[in-house]
Design a protein around this ligand. Structure first.
Ligand SMILES: [Zn+2]
Length: 434
């Protein structure tokens, strides 16, 4: 059963610019919040912190005892959120690190199957894993002890343990944040009233009032992003939304990510045709801004104007992306969408004039929005293998040629738009996997 509700982030905006003095107070919190996070990263982000991450009470107690909160004068409503925020980052970091090590284990030709078996076992057993990394005696419950005995027979345990420690040293990077652009805020630290929100600040019993563009009130933990240069803030609020199920959404649809447009379907329908115009405007703005910035670094190069322009162009791009995804879902009525996996780095005919980093970043945004909207409407989104998806003929499977956006297959004498061919392959691959 798919879930009946899912979590979604909604945003709230200030209705008038935040005054400089109020912004300074918010910035103070954001700075301290970052300081606390860095302290937690530093103290618990390494191997020695591992046994303390779950369930986290130890860290909380030690952080209370550290005296850092009093030293900063940060209200506890912010202090502990920063601690748990940082702990969450550290946990993610470990998940990623383990994932990378698992890949190395898979790819390492010098390991025998029993070696791999041993390594996977000790990585799954958190007690084993911790003990090995800290070079301590492994202590397990009786039943696990028995399985452990089995996996460790016939392997050079110490050599493998060393291998594991080396891999962790290689892949686990200590986290650090240099930005002070926001903070989480718990229910106790805010109050909605007078068409706005009151936020607790470092000064005791004082609050900053920020008028908002809407009168929505949330009761969960919020995140306040601040933009001191423009005098703006954005509040992120998590809300539970009901999953909509559209009974008439039944079709299987293959999608290709376009070079200029956002999507092309297996029937050749195109969505987001103006996407590259919006993206180009944003990239150019960033490029010109950077040139200007480098040219007159000493003088004040009008950064404020640049940033507000960037924000405006990005907002326009995102509005467009969302509208086009909605239109695609409404028109196609898919029950299942097949989409090629995002390549690690795109080689496919990227327009050189388009700033690559912006392009990749926005591709990620499109994908995230698509994932979210599919979840909200209970549409299955399945990723298919992307290798050669645009080179193979969707009718006969032969490798064809691409000339000026047209796919040509000599083997079965077929010509069709390149992206439509790729989308047809996505559909084909998706159907094959089930
Ligand atoms: Zn063919």
């Amino acid at each position: 059963m798919p879930p009946s509700t899912i979590c979604k982030t909604v945003r709230q905006y200030n209705s008038e610019p935040v005054s400089e003095s109020d912004m300074r107070k918010l910035l103070e919190i954001a700075k301290d919040y970052g300081t606390v996070k860095n302290y937690v990263y530093q103290r618990y982000g390494g191997v020695k912190g591992l046994p303390k991450l779950y369930p986290g009470y130890t860290v909380q107690n030690e952080m209370t005892a550290s005296g850092l909160r009093a030293q900063l004068g940060l209200p506890s409503v912010y202090f502990y959120l920063a601690v748990f925020d940082a702990l969450g980052d550290i946990k993610n970091q470990w998940t990623q690190t383990k994932g990378r090590i698992e890949k190395c284990i898979r790819d390492n030709q010098n390991l025998r199957p029993e070696d791999r078996h041993y390594l996977r076992f000790v990585m799954k057993q958190s007690r084993c894993f911790e003990a090995i990394l800290l070079e301590e005696e492994v202590q397990l419950s009786e039943e696990w002890e028995k399985s452990f005995l089995e996996v460790r027979t016939g392997v050079e345990e110490e050599r493998l343990n060393q291998y594991l420690r080396r891999q962790v040293r290689r892949h686990l990077h200590k986290l650090h944040t240099d930005t002070a652009d926001g903070f989480a805020v718990s229910e106790k630290a805010y109050r909605y009233e007078d068409h706005g929100i009151y936020l607790a600040i470092k000064e005791k019993r004082k609050r900053v009032f920020i008028p908002l563009t809407d009168n929505n009130r949330y009761t969960k933990q919020l995140y306040v992003r601040i933009f001191p240069e423009d005098g703006n803030i954005v509040i992120h609020a998590p809300v539970e939304v009901k999953v909509r199920r559209n009974e008439d959404y039944q079709k299987e649809v293959g999608l290709a990510v376009g070079i200029r447009a956002m999507f092309v379907t297996d029937e050749g329908n195109i969505y987001g045709e103006k996407y590259s115009d919006y993206q180009y405007a944003l990239s150019e703005h960033i490029r010109e801004g950077n040139i200007r910035y480098r040219r007159n670094k000493e003088k004040n190069p009008g950064r404020k104007k640049y940033l507000s322009g960037k924000e405006r162009l990005e907002a326009a791009l995102h509005t467009y992306i969302n509208a086009e995804i909605n239109r695609m879902l409404r028109t196609e009525k898919p029950g299942v969408l097949y989409l090629p996996k995002l390549p690690q780095c795109s080689k496919a005919g990227v327009n050189k004039r388009i700033n690559n980093s912006v392009s990749m970043w926005q591709r990620g945004y499109i994908r995230d929005r698509l994932v979210q909207k599919c979840r909200e409407q209970s549409i299955e989104l399945i990723e298919v293998v992307g290798k050669d998806i645009s080179n193979e003929c969707s009718r006969c499977g032969a490798i064809g040629q691409k000339v000026n956006g047209v796919f040509i297959c000599k083997a079965c004498d077929r010509e069709l738009p390149e992206r439509e061919n790729a989308a047809k392959n996505a559909l084909k691959r998706g159907r094959m996997r089930s």
